[in-house]
Design a protein around this ligand. Structure first.
Ligand code: NAP
Length: 238
């Protein structure tokens, strides 16, 4: 079995890589990241350093995998940004800027969208899954608080991309479940500045949310795809 984790350098990416290794000891786990891989490296992990947002680079790497006979059973794309040197989540309309919106959409929507696009011909013809890390705040129908314009809208756009792709996957990769996963609030660099009001029991470890995701993947069914689902296995309204 071949498994692919994109964004394997992040907190959830590393934990998902570890969880797959523990769950499927004979699987090969490709850990793709822009950075050199620093997670635990059991023999079954193949670190791949790649510009995860470069369509040509993704295409070339997937083609090389195919030439070696590698097709993927499970894929998880964890790519996402809430704050970095380019962006801070907006509190009010006056904080919104075109450049920040572009950055949010590039990382949160376009990078995973490229992988969903290119992977359609690289999945096994049998029970399989493709998960993107979304967020509950990307739900259009469940938005009471406002704010975080760029993050919310880029995750909502990611959800719509996956929902649209699911129509085509149902024909072209009909054994693959597409999953938009909300991991809960997870202790990572991404959530660090926003953890103050989170109750300790609601701040999950990356390992916990990764193991919840693996259970969801194992119970997924392509006839119910696409899923927008949280760490507890509860559906989220789009
Ligand atoms: N932590 C939470 O509480 C929480 C809650 C809801 C949703 N999420 C979602 O979960 C996912 C993982 O988050 P995390 O908590 O593990 O955060 P993290 O440790 O900061 O990881 C962020 C990930 O995004 C990738 N990334 C960041 N900037 C990028 C860029 N400019 N171009 C390409 N890739 C970039 C990184 O990939 P590399 O390996 O290439 O560096 C890394 O895998 C994100 O999509 C986030 O929105 C997290």
């Amino acid at each position: 079995m071949n498994i692919l984790v994109v964004g394997a350098g992040g907190a959830i990416g590393r934990a998902v890589t570890d969880a797959f290794c523990q769950r499927y000891s004979s699987a090969v786990v490709y850990a793709v990241s822009r950075r050199a891989y620093t997670g635990a490296k059991p023999k079954q992990v193949v670190p791949v350093q790649l510009d995860t947002g470069n369509e040509q680079a993704i295409h070339d790497w997937l083609s090389a995998c195919k030439a070696e006979g590698t097709a993927f059973t499970h894929v998880v794309c964890t790519t996402g940004v809430l704050h970095d040197s380019n962006v801070v989540p907006e509190k009010r309309l006056e904080d919104v800027s075109a450049s920040a919106m572009q950055h949010y959409f590039t990382v949160n929507t376009l990078v995973p969208a490229l992988w969903v696009k290119l992977l359609v011909n690289h999945l096994v013809q049998g029970p399989s899954s493709l998960t993107v890390l979304s967020a509950r705040v990307g739900s259009i129908s469940d938005n009471q608080l406002g704010g975080w314009y760029g993050y919310r809208t880029s995750k909502a756009a990611l959800n719509m991309f996956v929902k649209t792709a699911a129509v085509e996957y149902a024909r072209r990769a009909k054994h693959t479940s597409l999953i938009c996963y909300h991991p809960g609030t997870v202790d990572s660099a991404l959530s660090k500045p926003f953890q103050r009001n989170v109750k300790p029991e609601k701040l999950f470890t990356p390992a916990y949310t990764a193991s919840q995701l693996l259970q969801i993947i194992e119970h997924s069914n392509p006839t119910e795809s696409p899923y927008f689902i949280d760490w507890a296995g509860k559906s989220i309204s789009w």
